[in-house]
Design a protein around this ligand. Structure first.
Ligand SMILES: Cc1cc2nc3c(=O)[nH]c(=O)nc-3n(C[C@H](O)[C@H](O)[C@H](O)COP(=O)(O)OP(=O)(O)OC[C@H]3O[C@@H](n4cnc5c(N)ncnc54)[C@H](O)[C@@H]3O)c2cc1C
Length: 140
């Protein structure tokens, strides 16, 4: 589970999903973060003539989705807590995103909905750091 869809979150989503992790990225505004507002980024690796922040964000989202990343936006995460074996995110609309480590070799995401609540039970292969990833370049 990745909180924030700036360059850090998008990169984490692509790398995680490309390694076979079932990945959910939650962004409160729009993917791209601060970089998404830049008219020209000249120093991003692989783009020798630069590109706009919006283009960078669009490309990264396409790449992430190609690897199966689920992008939840606009959704704000208001709380993160660990209740072993769960990692639990609370969203501003009251929804709960919950990750459970059940199986170290196979990932799966289960989505259950009821009025006002959507519950994602996310079972992932255990990475070296089992905590939810949080990416944010500014205070939340
Ligand atoms: C106008 C401008 C031009 C820039 N140009 C360049 C440049 O040319 N080269 C360069 O190297 N750097 C540039 N930067 C800096 C670069 O954009 C940042 O270093 C980069 O965006 C940081 O990425 P990040 O993913 O760590 O954080 P951010 O870009 O801040 O992304 C964090 C994301 O997390 C989301 N978020 C935060 N809290 C929550 C929450 N509770 N729930 C859900 N989502 C949340 C935010 O909405 C945001 O999208 C520029 C910045 C600006 C503003």
């Amino acid at each position: 589970m990745i909180v924030g869809g700036g360059p850090a979150g998008l990169a984490a989503a692509v790398y995680g999903a490309s390694e076979g992790l079932r990945t959910v990225m939650i962004e409160r505004e729009a993917p791209g973060g601060q970089a998404g507002t830049s008219s020209r980024i000249e120093n991003y690796l692989g783009f020798p003539v630069g590109l706009s922040g919006a283009d960078l964000a669009r490309r990264a989202v396409v790449q992430a989705k190609r690897f199966g990343v689920e992008v939840l936006t606009p959704q704000e995460v208001t709380a993160i807590r660990a209740e072993d074996p769960y990692r639990i995110l609370t969203l501003a609309d009251g929804s709960i995103v919950r990750r459970i480590v059940e199986n170290r070799h196979q990932g799966s995401v289960h989505v259950r909905s009821r009025p006002g609540h959507t519950v994602f039970s996310v079972c992932l292969p255990v990475p070296s750091n089992p905590a939810a990833a949080v990416s944010s370049g500014r205070p939340t």
